[in-house]
Write a protein that binds this ligand. Structure first.
Ligand code: SAM
Length: 503
């Protein structure tokens, strides 16, 4: 990568040096997810094992660093205006000895990119939180730096769902103006919110109870989030149609929503989801109507170059090249139905177990959790020729239907997870470091996991140099009579199931 001149120290105009943003891993922004969704819409996205990723407004790299760790053949670049956040990320990169990720303290409005284009560009939490001038620069930068088949992700607050927060925000901005420093302002905002929530909760009608719940959610947020979301000088939600028009003015096209299930109204009653499909009109007009129906407040939209021609329908053949992870659990009926088998997902999707190919696939996926399997591995080993083709078509269609119900994940690379606990267990090096400092760690699925003692205390020792006997000596059983090996086995299996152990 070409070295780049650093920005001169700035006076922290946005306050992220004074109070950093509580950044983290965002699974929908992972380059693997971007690659998969693009393929489902007919764009032959670049192999993420050898790709280039740019994150604009990367904060301390909490989203980018875990990707770099699990994709060592790819290159990752992050830019952010905040010196303190970038410095924190660089220290973590040095501790992890990662050579494929660089963070630069850099204003996006003056960033010229690098000689080579990027296959994936992420701008999470930047668009709504900056002025129109910066938003223009952001979209221009994405267009200029994105490879021809590249995919960008931009997240933003959307109307009408954000309207209630907007009203609250305007009230709080006025109520806390001139309160002194950041801490005093946050204290006053929290006090005002608590007072209003309490009154609404006790005396409000149904709509006001809804507002009370929104306030309660906000009160649970960290100071960093409140400062930079609710009390930020600029926080401009927009309608999805306006975002899409803005992107088009910069030569970019709306490809899909990162949460593809939301595009068919997953979670809505079937009648309402049907209304959106019937009355919506164009793809973007339908998205707009879905925002009204779901009171959606936040989007993570995927963009491609305007001259790309994505399909408007999901391509079922893309499922046949995917790595599948399923959260379906097998359930056997009781009473008169004791012979019937069904599979139920946490999202509420139910599949009947009367197709032996589907039963075989879902049983293997349940055994593989939290890992998964390549689509081909899910077909019966003995089937060949036309029979195999027909089984593949049926299974792919079912898995695609489950994907748009958020019941299975489709990926473009296998997860690097341990299928069983090994004699010398090895955990994610990032999570090992994080566990020393915090109860919140990032797992190998790019999710946040909260760990309590004793699992949190054990995690840093899982560097592959200690066998189970040595580890059992380190973590005493909770009672004097407890078997230390059994106690350790339960802890290790818990960590494995939370996607923290490397395969
Ligand atoms: C709301 S935070 C989001 C951080 C992170 N991407 C996330 O979603 O958790 C916005 C980030 O954008 C950065 N930012 C704002 N304006 C910027 C600019 N002009 N150039 C580079 N970074 C900028 C801020 O420093 C901050 O880290």
């Amino acid at each position: 990568m070409t070295p780049m001149a650093e920005q001169t120290p700035c006076d922290d105009p946005l306050g992220y040096d004074e109070l950093p943003y509580p950044s983290g891993p965002y699974p929908y922004s992972h380059c693997d997810h971007l690659a998969t969704v693009a393929r489902l819409f007919g764009i032959p996205s670049t192999d993420v094992r050898q790709c280039r990723v740019l994150e604009i407004g990367c904060a301390d790299g909490a989203n980018l660093i875990p990707m770099a760790l699990t994709l060592p053949g790819s290159q990752f670049v992050g830019i952010d205006l905040s010196r303190r956040q970038v410095q924190a990320g660089r220290e973590l990169i040095a501790e992890l000895e990662l050579g494929n990720v660089q963070l630069h303290q850099q204003d996006l409005t003056t960033y010229a990119g690098e000689a080579a284009k990027f296959d994936y560009i992420i701008a999470h939490g930047v668009y709504s939180w900056t002025t129109l001038r910066v938003r223009d620069s952001l979209l221009r930068l994405i267009r200029d730096c994105l490879a021809p088949r590249g995919v960008g992700l931009v997240s933003y607050n959307v109307l009408p769902g954000w309207q209630q927060r907007q009203a609250l925000r305007e009230w709080l901005l006025r109520a806390t103006a001139g309160s002194g420093g950041t801490a005093a302002r946050l204290g006053k905002a929290r006090q005002r919110m608590a007072g209003l929530r309490d009154a609404l909760h006790r005396h409000g009608n149904a709509a006001q109870q809804h507002l009370a719940r929104t306030i309660a959610q906000l009160e649970n947020c960290s100071d960093g989030y409140l400062r930079h979301d609710l009390l930020e000088d600029t926080n401009q939600p927009c309608h999805v149609v306006d975002f899409v028009d803005h992107a088009a003015a910069h030569g970019l096209r709306f490809l899909a929503e990162a949460d593809v299930a939301s595009m068919v109204g997953a979670g809505l009653p079937a009648e309402l989801a049907g209304v959106a499909q019937r009355l919506g009109g164009s793809l973007v007009a339908r998205e707009q109507l879905l925002d009204v129906l779901t009171e959606r407040a936040f989007r993570q939209s995927l963009l491609c170059h305007a001259d790309c021609a994505p399909s408007t329908q999901l391509d079922v053949t893309a499922v046949r090249g995917a790595y599948v992870v399923s959260s379906f659990e097998r359930q056997t009926g009781g009473g008169a139905e004791s012979d019937t088998v069904a599979y139920v997902s946490p999202s509420g999707m139910r599949l009947r177990g009367d197709d032996p190919v589907l039963v075989g696939a879902l049983d293997s996926l349940q055994r593989a959790w939290p890992g998964g399997a390549w689509f081909d591995q899910l077909l019966p080993a003995e089937s060949v020729g036309e029979v195999r083709e027909s089984q593949a078509d049926t299974l792919a269609a079912t898995l695609l239907a489950a994907f748009v119900e958020r019941a299975v994940e489709l990926r473009s690379v296998a997860l690097p997870l341990a299928a069983t606990v090994e004699e010398y267990p090895r955990a994610s090096p990032l999570a090992r470091l994080q566990a020393r400092r915090s109860e919140v760690v990032t797992n190998l699925r790019h999710d946040i996991v909260r760990l309590a003692a004793p699992a949190r205390e054990l995690l840093p020792y899982l560097d592959g140099t200690r066998d189970r006997r040595a580890l059992a000596d380190l973590c005493r059983a909770p009672t004097a009579e407890g078997d230390p090996q059994q106690h350790l086995a339960a802890l290790l299996d818990g960590l494995r199931r939370r996607a923290l152990l490397l395969g």
